[in-house]
Design a protein around this ligand. Structure first.
Ligand SMILES: [Fe+2]
Length: 188
């Protein structure tokens, strides 16, 4: 008897719940696209500050080069929104806000210090790794959803992010080590 009563209550609750279409991979794809669109726009605002702050001319040049690439990456995302018939709109991404906040903190705390560039490089690589993770996922989902043109655009951006990451690693081992040596000599 008790069991029957419980069953009736459950049925009543379920009936009151508004009907919602099940969330599909295409919904997740759109949400993640909004996430990375927000992230790229945030990076567009951050890179000029990082280029201005960098001690090394090579590092500043690398940031400026990536700024130009990022402008193209934003356009690619806008093309994908268009393919989906959706407006290009970002969704606040706490991950990129956190990474860029850390970068801003380094710029403030290490202003004028020899270790500033090492800190800027570390912050920039954290950004790249976040983007590489997101674009890899989006490319795979686009393929699974049969969106070959979108997959190609996402792959093109992924290639740029990976090339930037490699360039930053090169800089980390050349320019930054030189600066560290200078710092060592100055202190001796
Ligand atoms: Fe990017």
């Amino acid at each position: 008897m008790a069991k029957q009563a419980k069953k009736r209550t459950t049925k009543k609750t379920a009936a009151r719940r508004p009907r919602q279409a099940p969330k599909m991979l295409s919904d997740l794809f759109l949400e993640t696209l909004k996430d990375i669109y927000f992230a790229e726009n945030k990076i567009l605002k951050t890179l000029p500050k990082m280029a201005k702050a960098a001690n090394s001319k090579q590092l500043a040049a690398a940031f400026n080069k990536h700024l130009r690439e990022t402008q193209g990456q934003v356009k690619r995302l806008e093309q994908i929104f268009k393919m989906l018939g959706k407006p290009a709109r970002g969704k606040p991404c706490e991950a990129i806000n956190g990474i860029t906040d850390e970068g801003a903190e380094i710029m403030k705390d290490f202003k004028g210090a020899p270790a500033l560039d090492a800190g800027l490089l570390a912050a920039a690589q954290a950004v790249e790794h976040y983007e590489i993770s997101r674009y890899g996922t989006l490319r795979t989902w686009a393929e699974e959803l049969g969106m070959q043109d979108a997959a190609k655009l996402l792959q093109a951006t992924l290639d740029e992010e990976e090339a930037t990451d490699h360039a930053l690693t090169e800089l980390a081992t050349s320019v930054i080590n030189l600066e560290a040596e200078q710092e060592y000599r100055d202190a001796a």
